[in-house]
Write a protein of this length. Structure first.
Length: 254
């Protein structure tokens, strides 16, 4: 049956930034499809782990600060120690800082690039060895519509640049490892209702513009991104690699 192709039984998925928002929803979806899920964050979130447990997800937590040079290697090593294998990597952790470019410091620029670009590449690099040993693997990077269009009214040159880099990293790596049965894709979410986007949603100067430029007339929910993630991580997408799947309610059509 076609639905069997969405199952992930026996697989291990590592989700960075998996303790809240989009990452948590993705972890839940992959777990409900049968994967053992390892979630990471700088600090533990008991509520997130409780939610996953109630959903019947086999979940483990590993604390990780992915801004550290050796954090990705250590994270993958610990995942292998606990779970025995690594089949799926979801690079979800990221930050956004807004500001006028003329006043943007090198330190803030570097912080955004370290989390959104450097850490993503390091995690991809660390995951390749165990995936090559398995003879297969899936990497899913969470990009953004901000890597495709310039958002308004907020100023976020650094964030937009970082997500554009993630999209090109995804395509380039996909081409490099496709012959090894490792697929690499990305999702470019639009405005999704999470704790991290709450400030913008509650901003009376921003939110009407966001909603007005979205043909569906609303923000998305994390579960709507998670559905796309499950597709890309499963055998249902076995011939899909190098794709940046936009989930934005039509925002980038205008």
């Amino acid at each position: 049956m076609i639905f069997d192709r969405f199952r992930l039984d026996g697989q291990v998925a590592l989700v960075t930034g998996g303790t809240r928002g989009i990452g948590l929803a993705i972890a839940e979806a992959l777990g409900e499809a049968g994967a053992k899920v390892v979630i990471t964050g700088r600090t533990r979130n008991a509520a997130a782990e409780d939610r996953l447990a109630k959903a019947g997800v086999d979940c483990d937590f590993i604390a990780a600060d992915l801004t550290k040079d050796d954090a990705a290697d250590a994270l993958v090593k610990e995942t292998l120690s606990r779970a025995g294998r690594l089949n799926i990597l979801v690079n979800n952790a990221g930050i956004a800082i807004h500001g006028d470019s003329g006043e943007f410091s090198d330190a803030i620029w570097r912080e955004i690039m370290t989390v959104n670009v450097d850490a993503v590449f390091r995690a991809c690099r660390a995951a390749l060895a165990p995936m090559r040993r398995e003879g297969r693997g899936v990497i899913l990077n969470i990009g953004s519509i901000s890597g495709i269009v310039s958002n308004i009214p907020q100023n976020q040159v650094a964030y937009n640049s970082s997500k554009a880099a993630v999209h090109m990293m995804t395509k380039s790596l996909a081409s490099e490892v496709a012959a090894e049965n490792i697929r690499v894709n990305a999702i470019a979410p639009g405005y999704i209702e999470t704790d991290l986007s709450r400030g913008g949603i509650d901003n009376p100067d921003w939110f009407p513009i966001w909603r007005g430029m979205t043909p569906m007339g609303r923000v998305g929910q994390p579960e709507e991104v998670a559905s796309a993630a499950l597709f890309l991580c499963s055998a249902a997408a076995s011939y899909v690699t190098g794709e940046v799947l936009v989930t934005d309610g039509g925002y980038t059509t205008r």
